[in-house]
Each structure stands twice: as C-alpha cells, then as structure tokens.
Design a protein around this ligand. Structure first.
Ligand code: ADP
Ligand code: MG
Length: 249
C-alpha cells in the first residue's frame, strides 16, 4: 500500500520508525477504517475511508481529529487512552486522506471477544473497576462538552452494518439499546499482562455527519445508557464477590 506522506505533524520518533517499515500489513479492522500494522509490529496505521476533496481539506480534517483525540484523552486520562497522531497521506492514486498512527497493542483483546469466564478473579475485578472509572469520566466529559468518546463501536468488515447510525433500522436500534453494552465494546481493549489496562483505541466522533439535534439525541441516549452499564457491572461485581465468598468445590 504505497502512501506518500504529504504533510506531517508527527513526533520525531514516529516518523523514522514508520518510514523504516518496509510494508504495512492489513489486519482487517474497522467499520469505517482500514487498519494496518507495520511489519516491525510497533505501530498501527488506520486509514479513514472518507474521501476528501483536497490536501487542504485533509489537513483540516487531521487537525480536527487531533483536537478531538486530545479532548477525549484528557477526559479519560492517560491510563485509558493511547497516543494517537494524525497525518495526511496520499493513496496509490494520489487522493489525499487522513491516517491515524498508534502504537500496536500486541496481545490486547477487544472486550467484544474477551472470554470473561476465563479471566482470573483479580483481572476480572480490575477490568470492571477500570470500566467504572471510564464510565464516570465519560459522563463528566458529556457534562463538560456535550459529547463523549464512542466507548462501544461497531464490528468491522461486515456488510451487515450499513451505517454507524442506529436510527436506520430496528435491528440497529435493538443492538444499540440492548446488545451492545460496555462489556462487549469493540473500541475498548484489554491490554496484555502484566499491565492489563482497559484502553480506548477509536477516537472518532460518533454521529458527526448528522444534524445537530440528532447528534444531541444520540449523546443524551448514550449518557443515559451508561447507567445501564454501571448497573450491569455492579451486578457482575456482586456475583464475583459472592463466588469468592462461596467458592465451588
Ligand atoms: N492500537 C491498536 N492495537 C491493536 N489493535 C487495534 C488498535 N487499534 C485498533 N485495533 C483493532 O482494530 C479494530 C478497529 O479499529 P477502530 O479504530 O475501532 O476502527 P473503526 O473506526 O473502523 O471502528 C479495533 O476494534 C481493534 O480490534
Ligand atoms: Mg471502532
């Protein structure tokens, strides 16, 4: 995937590492993003599929995304976020686009694919406490800015999801309101041992392309649904405490 860099605002450590990587490996990834890993296994490169009309438009978009990522990172705190840098690059046809560069979280698992039953007690407890912290900080973010990070996300690479927007079909509404809880998030990953932090990898603004009233409705609903997630997590914490009090023989 040839991607000549036309403009960069990356830190000096990232640029040589990326330039030195002889190829990028497509690792499938996202719903609205192509996700690649550098062959040295150090970085993830995400290319947004959104077509941009000019290099200037791509630069503005990269700056907007960087500002938003900074805001969301400040909301969630360094322990639940990762460094993300945006650059403008042309594709093989020279069309400008925005790339997001992040460290590759080797061995990290999206909560969606995590087998909770196989987690040891301490890891499970720590994960749930991390989620409670993330919920509290996301709620504070909403109160301060009227928006919050997309803590849920959608599965990537499937035509079954015509849009990120739940209001487009009853199935998506059902998924949005009932199935897609924080415990099954695509955007939160549990990093590998020994750290095992819960971190957000997707800093896109949900519902950006919709009318302001619809976006407000979306974020208000998300804000309210965090109560549901808090309740689910509290219930799981109680079950873990009960299991610890009465271990099975
Ligand atoms: N830094 C990363 N390290 C490891 N895996 C990642 C990283 N970033 C993304 N992924 C994987 O790629 C998937 C899609 O990435 P994401 O940024 O959520 O794309 P989209 O905007 O399309 O939802 C994630 O759910 C995760 O499984
Ligand atoms: Mg995502």
């Amino acid at each position: 995937m040839p991607m000549p860099i036309t403009n960069q605002n990356m830190d000096s450590a990232t640029i040589p590492a990326l330039a030195g990587a002889d190829a990028l490996q497509h690792i499938g990834g996202g719903f609205e993003t192509d996700v690649y890993r550098t062959t040295d296994g150090r970085f993830v490169v995400k290319r947004k599929r959104e077509a941009l009309p000019s290099t200037d438009a791509a630069r503005r978009e990269a700056r907007r995304m960087q500002r938003l990522t900074r805001q969301f990172s400040a909301c969630l705190g360094p322990e639940h976020t990762i460094a993300t840098t945006y650059i403008v690059a042309g594709d093989a046809q020279g069309r400008p686009g925005v790339l997001a560069i992040q460290p590759w979280l080797a061995g990290a698992q999206p909560l969606d694919t995590l087998r909770y039953a196989e987690l040891d007690h301490a890891t499970h407890l720590r994960l749930l406490h991390h989620l409670l912290v993330i919920i509290a900080r996301a709620r504070r973010c909403y109160r301060a800015h009227g928006i919050m990070p997309d803590l849920y996300g959608l599965p990537g690479g499937t035509a079954a999801w015509p849009s990120r927007a739940p209001h487009h079909s009853p199935r998506l509404v059902w998924d949005f309101l009932v199935r897609r809880t924080l415990l099954r998030s695509h955007n939160l990953l549990l990093t590998a041992a020994p750290q095992q932090r819960v971190v957000l990898v997707d800093y896109d603004l949900a519902y950006r392309q919709y009318a302001p009233w619809l976006r407000r409705l979306y974020f208000t609903t998300r804000f309210l649904l965090l109560w549901r997630d808090r309740w689910l997590i509290a219930r799981r914490l109680r079950a873990l405490a009960a299991a610890a009090d009465h271990p099975r023989r």
